[in-house]
Design a binder for this molecule. Sequence first.
Ligand code: TYC
Length: 114
Amino acid sequence: MNQLTMNGPDKKDGENTPERGVATKVRPKTKKPSMYRVILMNDDYTPQEFVVMILMGIFKKSQEEAFTIMMHVHQKGIGTCGVYTFEVAETKVAQVMDAAKRAQHPLQCTLEKT
Ligand code: TYC
């Protein structure tokens, strides 16, 4: 919790001294969220244009960025679409898998902790 405390010369930070001293703000402990990579896998059947559309539509990449990522996956077998908090990453994976299933492409997408 945020609180203001009065700190005198013989008091440690955060100890309460109501009569005199300097008001210092004690920051609450906060945790950075864990981040997750969304990974795209290559296959022999999903059209390149479909992968580019996925990268533009779901991962908000420009056409040039999307093409570069798609070609990286095509040539290396695997590649990163982006890094997100868990909820965002799992939503994007589900959106990719749903779009691939609807279009009957075998495109695979997963997430991994960074
Ligand atoms: N290898 C596919 C083809 O030549 C294109 C492709 C790229 C498929 C990236 C999946 O994640 C992928 N049609």
